[in-house]
Design a protein around this ligand. Sequence first.
Ligand code: 5GP
Ligand code: MN
Length: 343
Amino acid sequence: MNRSEINEIKDLLASPKNIVIVPHRNPDGDAIGSSLAIYHYLKNKGHNATVVAPNDYPYFLKWMPGSKDVLKFDMQNRQSKSAIDEASIIFLLDFNALHRVGSDMQNTLEGFMGMFVMIDHHQEPDAIAKYLYSDVSICSTCQMVYHFLEKLDDVEAIDANIATCLYTGIMTDTGSFRFPSTTSTTHKIVADLIEKGANNARIHNNVYDNNSYGSMQLLGRALSNMVVIQNLKTAYITLSQAELNEFNYEKGDTEGIVNYALSLNGVIFAAIFIEDVDQQIVKISLRSKGKFSVNKFARAHFDGGGHDNAAGGRSEISLDATVSNFLSILPSYKSELLNSYED
Ligand code: 5GP
Ligand code: MN
């Protein structure tokens, strides 16, 4: 986003508008955090802003300020469509290709005649936005929203609600400030957000210390299902629909489980395969350490994408067949896997 684009956006936002804000399907802390931060910012400026999420999100994000006002496109379809119809600007946050909202909502967004503003940190953005702010080196879309407000010369507009939302997304997307994408700039921003009213201990507690008994038991099962392939520095986990049902699975319960596989000594590539009978897919999350790009791997084999060290994808064959397919692909990556990361 160059200076003149920033000036155009400033002009656009100088008078009240109907604005819709959209995160990706199955939104995570960064998607909801950035969406609600922009929501509070725009509302405070006098705009009629509405967050329309493609679908629901995990319970551990529902405490966030403004969460009650979020429309879900699949459940509140009529209201969502009329908000989109009436909007002149749509913010697309934490994703960069329209298919990431799911096919129903994608159709509606493809018919939108107004302007898209996209803020995102994933690789290879589609050219769909009039105003694109894309930077794959930044840890989170929430940090980018902070930079976006800097560009608008409006960091002072960050109140406690906005600070709380931005802090949450930065925290969740950096694995609590430990992934390599966490920089000294990230820490300076986080320090400022705390000064502006983000309560770091409470946010951490709300997100991470809210587990149900079932979700802990499910984690136990996932860990006992883990398979390690030592000679390829790889570990993977499976969870069948029957196992999810056994432990009263709720949305969000499997979040972060893949990181346990990556935490194993000697493992640099981790995968989790989660069966979803409703959608008739296997949802795949991939994580890596070092140079091995799970974004490329997900794009090449599992209709997905993401970042170099964290990506996702899907498969439309059975859970067992998906794992067999994965195991048959792996050996062709042997030298990359063995040379990805120096410990
Ligand atoms: P997760 O494994 O936590 O679902 O996602 C990890 C990263 O990959 C996130 O940044 C997410 O946005 C991205 N991602 C997850 N699933 C997909 C997918 O199916 N397609 C694409 N392009 N990105 C994905
Ligand atoms: Mn993100």
